[in-house]
Design a protein around this ligand. Sequence first.
Ligand code: HEM
Length: 488
Amino acid sequence: LLLSLLFLALLWRSRSKQSQPSRLPPGPAPWPFVGSLLHVDLKQPYRSYLKLSQQYGPVFTVWLGSKPVVVLSGYRTLRDAFVSQGEEFSGRANYPILQKVTDGYGVLVSSGDRWKELRRFSIMTLKNFGMGRRSIEERIQEEAKCLVNAFAEHGDSAFNPKFLLCNAVSNVVCSIVFGKRFDYHDSQFKSLLNVIDNYFTFLSSSRGQLYNMFPRVFERLPGPHHLALGGVRRLRELIREEALRRLGDLNADEPRDYIEAFLVKMQEEKHNPNSTFNYDNLTSSVWNLFSAGTETTSSTLRHTLLLMQKYPNVQARIQKEIDEVIGPLRSPTAQDRQNMPYTDAVVHEIQRSLDLSPTSVPHKVLKDTEFKGYTIPQGTMVIPLLSSVLSDPELWKHPDTFDPENFLDEKGSFKKNDAFLAFGLDSGKRVCLGEGLARMELFLFFTSLLQKFTFTGTEPPEQIETNPQYCSFGRMPRTYQCYARLRA
Ligand code: HEM
């Protein structure tokens, strides 16, 4: 029976090879049911894609179960697709894990006109509630002070900084979205942060990749996905309840945060049955901002502090720059970055070498698209392999190691590199909409912490392992214990 099944699978595979739409980019022939599963390492799919791109070129096809997925690699190819043909490539793919927790609503997973409206609204509102009344810079500075105090409470004991970093970063986005920050001892908020953590851990694990291939099968099986995905659904219900509570005392002339601004927009458009501004898009967009705004930046900071333990010389050089430019007393400001080329280079290099989002968030083409001599059918998922650019030996002096020299010129000035795509393509339509906020947070939290503390590990630097813990959808940094010693 097994031999017959194998024979049928081989027959199907060779037939499907012949009958593949001839103008779809090349790639390994798929197997029935499992597609390209045998060619992709689920623990680190981006590595398999890097290998396949050497074999098939910068545009190739893999199969997610029975669905084709086009992978794009290399700076030129990504620019040609997401900038030169940006409109066609601007759709968001139906990625099962993202769909499951959003039901297809919200700024992150929408496409077409609905996405454009939500994106415009979100960018404007982040700006109004961030830069307006009390500047976002002031909020981050205040939060950084709270974080410094919380670190200092650990005195000479080793501790795991993960949760404190998460809470601090999250508080910045919470102040914009929910209009308030949460105390580091608030256990209810801690459980919400756990929901985000469980979700991203699942998303970045090999099980998450398998779920994406066979969502219907997984739905019927017991496993950690129910906890991870169910948690997000409950969190979205809480967001909805919060929005309903706000309706009672909503002041249309003076909304106080993102939720209230969204409700005002809903009221303005209440006679339009097709309006984008409804509860489904409200709850999912809030979830998108809350989760993306928490996990990405806090993970990067966690990795940053680990690298400081691993490279004490880099840490000392940054502290020297802090002492010269900022001194020991005043809070770091966003403006200081211009006078701190070394620190600026280190922050960029941390993001480049971490490669937090190696395959970005999958896109789809909005119509049949001619690209590099191939035809990509409407709706096909397209993966921008950001990793291929962030580690391209032709674009970086030291592509495979952590080395701030990648962003410094001979005179020690900061050197911009257009291939720095940690946030997606900067002139691409779907580039991260929290980029400005994230960059400010990374600089201000990092310099505030190094102004006050020196970080050391629980083992000698040469034994500290810095490779991320999970490496599929996201490269999630390790958790660890460290010492934060107050500087003299
Ligand atoms: C999208 C990276 C911080 C909100 C993205 C994308 C990447 C990314 C690679 C996908 C771009 C694409 O589809 O082509 C990062 C990194 C961050 C970060 C590395 C921090 C280190 C943030 C923050 C927020 C945020 C702080 C929220 C305030 C979003 C949203 C999208 C997005 C809503 C979807 C945009 C859209 O579909 O139009 N981010 N991000 N991100 N990010 Fe970020």
